[in-house]
Design a protein around this ligand. Structure first.
Ligand code: NAD
Ligand code: MG
Length: 390
């Protein structure tokens, strides 16, 4: 029996974080939680810590720290607050794998800190690779640290590559559900509401990725994520809309053979695989039944209607700080859309505006990326009427 894996779960109160804890609950012999962190959902964090007994917790919102300490100190669980504490705590001795399930650019620094400390990464936070894929994958290589994908498409590709490490990839096919607005025209998209965008047909996820899925920005971010995880060129990444979300992605090899990974849409599987690799652990989750799915269908993505996808692929092609700018502008765009401050199509306008106006840096270092991120956020906020800025 391999010894128990000791986990840090960053963003434990979110969609991926809570599902990761379900996996831990179902596999008590396999995993032990050493660190739990969240932004501000203090009650849930305390509840999780009392159940899973980590060594420490970190809460983003420092104002909540006294409550967390009061609840957890008697149990011998340490509590800290703020981004610096998060960066330091991932380096804690005794952590084997850090699951990055926090959302957005906030994932970058703790992921880099975890890699520097020699921890393996189970990567849900795709924004980290979008912003700084070159630096992060280089650091992982230098530290001989593995990055295991949690995103279902990337997990699918990783699963198809098991036993094929010496065989070059001809191309990958990233599948996309198409989201709630598949088939809609630009006129229709101009009028969609936040409530409609938040209803994903196949997946129950956090708000930011749900909006990204509706706008297809998510698939663009995933193409960039795949480029770095699997060392691919733009021409090797094909995107196909597959509304049933059963085939999670495909790898095509140089002999023309294609391997696909399939299953019901349930993030617990890719989360568990990232944590248990190379083992597969027994589960009793529902199994896929072919007779319930008489047709698996495929279509081309509509890049003219869903401009976010075209913008992301273009930023991937340009490289340098372009994906970082795209990501920052998109984070502000999603935030403003969720506040009803801008319409659905204006999200692409904001992203395009920032890509056109933040100066291009071909080979950015971390400090350059931080500056590009800040500048894109400033430009995006400046663009919307002041009454709507937060
Ligand atoms: P979520 O919004 O449900 O949860 C985010 C978590 O991060 C929460 O615990 C929150 O407290 C914490 N957090 C947010 N901002 C923070 C900050 N500034 N500092 C520290 N902690 C912070 O998000 P999610 O849907 O679980 O997604 C998490 C990541 O996983 C995203 O990068 C997303 O793209 C990726 N992902 C999610 C899914 C999914 O099914 N939800 C699928 C694939 C990839
Ligand atoms: Mg995905």
């Amino acid at each position: 029996m391999p010894r128990m894996k000791k986990l840090a779960i960053l963003g434990s109160t979110g969609s991926i974080g809570t599902q990761a804890l379900e996996v831990v609950r179902e596999q008590p012999e396999q995993f032990q939680v050493e660190l739990l962190t969240c932004g501000n959902r203090v009650d849930l964090l305390i509840e999780q810590a009392l159940e899973f007994k980590p060594n420490a917790v970190v809460i983003g919102d420092a104002a909540q720290l006294p409550r967390v300490k009061d609840a957890l100190f008697p149990q011998g669980i340490k509590a800290y607050a703020g981004p610096e504490a998060l960066e330091q705590s991932v380096a804690m001795e005794g952590i084997d794998t850090v699951l990055t399930a926090l959302v957005g650019y906030a994932g970058l620094k703790p992921t880099v800190a975890a890699i520097e400390a020699g921890k393996n990464i189970a990567l849900a936070n795709k924004e980290t690779l979008v912003v700084a894929g070159a630096l992060v994958t280089k650091a992982a290589r230098e530290k001989a640290v593995n990055i295991y994908p949690v995103d279902s498409e990337h997990s699918a590709i990783f699963q198809c590559l098991a036993g094929e490490w010496e065989n070059p990839i001809e191309k990958i096919v990233l599948t996309a559900s198409g989201g709630p607005f598949r088939g809609k025209s630009r006129e229709e998209l101009a009028a969609v509401t936040k409530a409609q965008a938040l209803k994903h047909p196949n997946w129950d996820m956090g708000a930011k990725i749900t909006i990204d899925s509706a706008s297809l920005m998510n698939k663009g971010l995933e193409a960039i994520e795949a480029k770095w995880l699997f060392n691919l060129k733009k021409e090797q990444i094909e995107i196909v809309v597959h509304p049933q979300s059963i085939i999670h992605s495909v790898v095509q090899f140089r002999d023309g053979s294609m391997k696909a990974q399939m299953g019901l849409p349930d993030m617990k599987l890719p989360i568990q695989y990232a944590l248990s690799y190379p083992q597969r652990l027994q589960t009793n989750w529902p199994r896929f039944d072919f007779t319930k799915y008489p047709a698996l269908t495929f279509e081309q993505p509509d890049l003219a209607t869903f401009r976010n996808l075209a913008l992301a692929l273009d930023a991937m092609d340009r490289g340098g700080n372009a994906p970082c700018v795209l990501n920052a502008a998109n984070e502000i765009a999603v935030e403003l859309f969720l506040k009803d401050a801008i319409g659905f199509l204006e999200m692409s306008d904001l992203v395009e505006h920032c890509l056109a106006h933040v100066p291009f840096t071909p080979d950015p270092q971390l400090a350059d990326l931080m500056a590009s991120d800040a500048e894109a956020r400033r430009l995006a906020r400046e663009r919307v009427p002041s009454a709507w800025r937060s």
